[in-house]
Design a protein around this ligand. Structure first.
Ligand SMILES: Cc1ncc(COP(=O)(O)O)c(C=O)c1O
Length: 411
């Protein structure tokens, strides 16, 4: 059978997205923030409400059973998609919720050290600062190389300085600041040698590159379905079985316990322990549909595709006065992302002009990586483009054309 990835993408994909079927479709280059959703995902969410709005794992009637089945199938599909097993997949609200579950669920010992990079999304920064402020951990930051790539030597030094107290390394797989990927295998190996676990914040990687948890070697991984064609409000926390077993739940409640009394409380093992209360069943149905859609995408093609569009954007902006690109100069090292500092021009003004002049949608500001912008003194933030499977070379060229005109006009 021919896979979608084999046949003339992205035009093939574009038919599946309602905003792209409009007479004047938008040029949406804000995919690192959130993606558009194909009809099949919208239909799956709607079907839950119109055809069987029941609760999973509880009521034995038709609707209840259908939802229970769907949750099992969705969990299995997501597990297979990243090479994990079903018992390692926890449904969460989003990446942020998954990271907070880990931060608050680990039984910290006095002196424990958590290492992060210097360009964390607030979701992988704030939880550690909160713990540090409560005196529960020491937090160490590893500074990047000058071109914003990961500095393995500094990382190894930080691990060594933490000595036997290193407990967790929490690092993005791909940065949402600049699209740079981190050397995950080496990071996992070094962290494990020091006896620590590794949490990969994979919000930006799972959507664009084939992920196999066994090849990565991390202990935890978090990602958000809304960044990979799925609904908002549904995320995934992967945890190795042993890691999940040792993690306390921050969501104790209905469906999490096998025994409950005021003097005896026994939690279920596995994902259910972390999924207290009724779940986002519509979101889970949509997540399953998103994975089914992505199963038809050739990820090798996808990586090449976003890099190709990023090269057009990079070549178009790199020599403009006032503009400097964050991270490596080579577009392919930044996947589908170009993040630009624009000297002396408000990036929000530029983003608004791009939208008004050509329906070109990009992100402007700090992208929730406030600590990096603060430390570098870039108080204006950056303008960021991020491509996905439905974007075309025309989208990239349109961005460059309007961006150049806008920068010239505002200079
Ligand atoms: C690298 C990274 N981590 C975490 C998050 C947080 O994701 P969510 O808002 O879905 O929780 C994002 C979102 O942009 C991200 O890019």
């Amino acid at each position: 059978m021919m896979k979608r990835g084999d046949i003339l993408p992205p035009s093939k994909f574009r038919e599946d997205f309602a905003p792209l079927r409009e007479e004047f479709p938008v040029c949406y280059l804000d995919n690192a923030c959130t993606t558009m959703r194909p009809d099949s995902v919208v239909d799956a969410v709607t079907s839950y409400y119109t055809k069987g709005p029941g609760c999973g794992g509880r009521s034995p009637h038709r609707w209840g059973n259908a939802v229970t089945q769907n949750v099992v199938q969705a969990r299995e599909k997501i597990a297979k998609f990243i090479g994990a097993s079903r018992s390692e997949i926890v449904f969460t609200l989003n990446s942020t919720a998954g990271i907070n579950q880990i931060a608050r669920g680990i039984n910290w010992k006095k002196g424990d050290v958590v290492i992060t990079s210097d360009k964390e999304h607030n979701s992988n920064f704030v939880p550690w600062i909160q713990l540090k402020n409560r005196g529960l951990i020491n937090h160490e930051i590893v500074n990047s190389n000058d071109d914003n790539t990961f500095n393995l030597n500094s990382f190894e030094d930080a691990c060594s300085s933490a000595g036997g107290n290193l407990r967790l390394v929490a690092i993005p797989h791909i940065s949402n600041l600049d699209g740079v990927g981190n050397p995950v295998n080496e990071i996992c190996k070094i962290a494990h040698d020091y006896g620590a676990e590794v949490l990969l914040d994979s919000a930006q990687s799972v959507p664009i590159q084939k992920t196999n948890i066994n090849q990565l070697g991390c202990d935890y991984m978090t990602f958000s379905m809304h960044k990979m064609l799925g609904p908002s409000g549904i995320g995934i926390l992967f945890g190795k079985e042993e890691s999940l077993q040792n993690l306390d739940t921050i969501s104790g409640g209905g469906k999490t316990v096998s025994k409950v009394g005021s003097n005896n409380l026994e939690f279920l093992q596995g994902p259910q322990k972390f999924e207290g209360g009724s779940s986002n069943y519509a979101g889970i149905a949509g997540a399953k549909a998103a994975i089914e859609y992505l199963e038809g995408v050739d990820f090798e093609w996808l990586e090449r595709h976003v890099k190709k569009l990023n090269t057009i954007i990079t070549d178009g902006v790199k020599d403009l006065d006032r503009v400097s690109i964050i991270g490596p100069s080579s577009a392919s090292e930044r996947r589908g992302m170009t993040s630009m500092i624009v000297d002396g021009i408000d990036v929000h003004d530029l983003a608004i002009i791009l939208d008004e002049a050509g329906s070109v949608m990009v992100r402007s500001g700090f992208h929730c990586v406030n600590s990096w912008f603060d430390s570098m003194g870039f108080s204006n933030g950056s303008l960021r483009t991020s491509a996905y499977l439905y974007n075309t070379e025309d989208d990239a060229r349109k961005f460059v054309e309007i961006f150049e005109e806008a920068v010239t006009a505002l200079s």
